[in-house]
Design a protein around this ligand. Sequence first.
Ligand SMILES: C[S@@+](CC[C@H](N)C(=O)[O-])C[C@H]1O[C@@H](n2cnc3c(N)ncnc32)[C@H](O)[C@@H]1O
Length: 232
Amino acid sequence: MSNINQRKEYIKNIYSKQWTYKRKQYGVKNFDLELIQKLKNQNKGRILEVGIGDGYPFSSELEKNKFDVYGIDLSPTHVDMVKKTLPNINVKVGDSEDLEFDNNFFDVVFCFRSSWYFPDLIKSISEMLRVVKIDGLVIFDIQNSQNPIHISSVKKRKKLQEENIIKHIILKYVLNVIKIFLRPFKFYYTNWSIFKPIIIEHPSDPNKIVDYLDSKDDITYNFFGVDWINSP
Ligand SMILES: C[S@@+](CC[C@H](N)C(=O)[O-])C[C@H]1O[C@@H](n2cnc3c(N)ncnc32)[C@H](O)[C@@H]1O
């Protein structure tokens, strides 16, 4: 299985089982509230969340405010959750890199806290631009590969892995054996590769995104930088 497919399988089968719990832990930050407010200030039209997760806190708030909300997510588990808890949202399984909607269909397309899981972010952005109306709004966040905090955390993670290689190998194999017994229940996805572990988060170089957006002379855009370090 290619690394990209492995990552997608991981997102579908494992990540989705932990996300709702993690979302509650992260809570709703001022940054999220500002984004919600920005979306609420738009005309009440058709709005799409790419990587909708379980629908909270963005799409749920828009649905409450009478927007015509659509969502897609790679994970069927998440899509089922949204169907159950937010039945007014039009949600389906889908891939950010291939949005199954007509051109110029949405007034607003947004994607928060998800873009760093997409194998091809530029393709995903081009899809968001395709399905939004001319003069519509596309809004997304990225994980910045230039951010010193991010760079040092990746270094730390690698160092820890190198220092604990024996422990890491044993733990990984023991876990995989346990997972094989649990497989009939489809709780887990096994990954035997030690030297090429699945890394699901892919931070982006903002300059590359700006270059891409600059190459599209039919759009105008604004760029906001958020201070993740000091932002509460
Ligand atoms: C961190 S969660 C964010 C969910 C939600 N936007 C939020 O802010 O709570 C990332 C979501 O992106 C989804 N995802 C990852 N890769 C995807 C892809 N290629 N296409 C669509 N959704 C994807 C995951 O299944 C997950 O629900």
